[in-house]
Design a protein around this ligand. Structure first.
Ligand SMILES: N[C@@H](CCC(=O)N[C@@H](CS)C(=O)NCC(=O)O)C(=O)O
Length: 225
């Protein structure tokens, strides 16, 4: 969802392919896109396949010649963007793992689930405290306009609400940022298309691609393990 918002902010043409989770990802064909059977996956115009949120974010950064969602390569701002992306994609995202493990347990075990949620609550609170201290008074994470960091944050920030993991009042900067992101047309669009809405957006979105067609677009030699 966050990377869709990033494409919207970037304003370059792209198409979207939704996958049914986990069914579509369990097929042998899907492993030609991602051997770990995960989303997101990017297929570029040459059929080159890029997996992992961070790698796709850097792919977008490399094509952001107008610096709409990133900063000049080698600048201190670019370092800060990479730091924020890495923090969000590792520590911040990983903190929710116990909550997801409890939520997705095939054979529910209430005691174990309660322990997982307790562990998750501590981990999520710690990462929220750290993020709250990392962000300043700017409108978005790294300044007055949204960047790739805001896109990645938007994708995972909602998990805290889904799992009722935090008290929003305890993190006023994060809570304010989430509210501002909710007001962003690109975020609204990304949330709507995730729910299957018709595409409109900024005009960058060029329609949907069925999975079979996306699989055919990917060049097998280019697909990573
Ligand atoms: N490290 C990967 C993690 C990707 C990931 O966890 N994707 C989830 C969806 S948000 C997924 O595909 N889960 C499938 C599954 O767990 O079966 C990344 O950053 O792209």
């Amino acid at each position: 969802m966050g990377l869709v918002a990033a494409f919207e902010w970037l304003g370059q043409p792209y198409r979207l392919c939704g996958v049914k989770m986990p069914d579509d990802m369990l097929t042998p064909a899907y492993t030609t896109l991602n051997g770990r059977r995960e989303t997101p996956v990017l297929i570029d115009g040459d059929g080159h396949v890029v997996t992992e949120t961070l790698a796709i974010a850097l792919w977008l950064e490399a094509r952001d010649a107008e610096r709409r969602i990133s900063f000049p390569p080698g600048s201190a701002e670019a370092d800060r963007l990479h730091q924020m992306l890495a923090f969000l994609n590792t520590g911040f995202t990983a903190a929710f793992s116990p909550y997801w493990a409890a939520f997705e347990m095939a054979d529910p075990d209430p005691d174990y689930q309660a322990a997982l949620r307790r562990f998750g609550q501590g981990a999520v609170a710690k990462r929220h405290r750290q993020l709250e201290a990392m962000i300043g008074e700017t409108r978005f994470l790294l300044g007055p306009r949204p960047t790739l960091a805001d896109a990645v944050f938007a994708g995972v920030a909602r998990w805290a609400d889904f799992h009722q993991a935090i008290d929003p009042a305890a993190y006023p900067r994060i809570t304010g940022l989430k509210a501002r992101l909710q007001d962003e047309p690109a975020i609204r669009f990304a949330l709507a298309v995730e729910d299957g809405a018709e595409l409109a957006g900024s005009g960058a979105a060029q329609g949907r691609v069925p999975l079979a067609e996306a699989l055919a677009l990917a060049s097998p030699q280019a697909a990573p393990a």
